[in-house]
Design a protein around this ligand. Sequence first.
Ligand code: ADP
Ligand code: MG
Length: 227
Amino acid sequence: MALLEISDLRKSYRAPDGSAHEVIRIRRFELGERTQMALSGPSGSGKTTFLHLIAGILTADTGRLTLDGIEMSTLKESERDRLRARSIGYIFQTFNLLQGFSVLENVLLGMSFGVGADRERAVALLQRVGLGDRLHHRPRQLSTGQQQRVAVARALAHRPKLVLADEPTGNLDATNAAEALALIRGACEENGAALLLVSHDPGILARFPERHSLAELNQAGRPEVRS
Ligand code: ADP
Ligand code: MG
């Protein structure tokens, strides 16, 4: 069984006039353990919505989404939150670091809802991403590229089986973006995590041997096809 299995997943949003606007309609999608995959798609094509559905931040209208053998739609909200805290690492485009806490505390907090804070592991991960001498800095005292590396360490801290990355290099220049991507991919591999990354940046997408266009997978807004 694949780490992530999706079938007949649908999500619509309500437009201001009350009409439903279908954003995701995916018949089948699978991601194996320790697999790295990139999904491309222009702005507004549903990339963030798709990752939020996988992470259980949003709930689907219909369909099945099984993560590590657990069918998400059968879970209560609190159980979904717990599954996410245990099994998923999330790297946001804007990093979402807590500004009132140090680099080390940000990583420790990321662990505390899952496996529990492990200071030794947090420090080792921050050393791995090149921030061993920045443990007690606040996020805003770091460069954008360094902040992204904190986010990478935080995403892996609780040993998730799946890392979701939403345009993780969108705020970086080309050199930093290439470095950050290599770091994300290397760190996921070393930690045994699968990686699903979404991006609209051709330079990033080209570095993934396995890449798909979300538009190919996503039938949203198209006529229903029976088969
Ligand atoms: P992407 O990440 O590919 O840019 P999104 O998943 O953010 O795309 O958005 C896909 C579509 O869904 C867009 O048309 C967007 O306007 C719409 N959308 C996203 N979030 C909401 C929301 N909370 N309510 C209504 N529409 C939304
Ligand atoms: Mg997005």
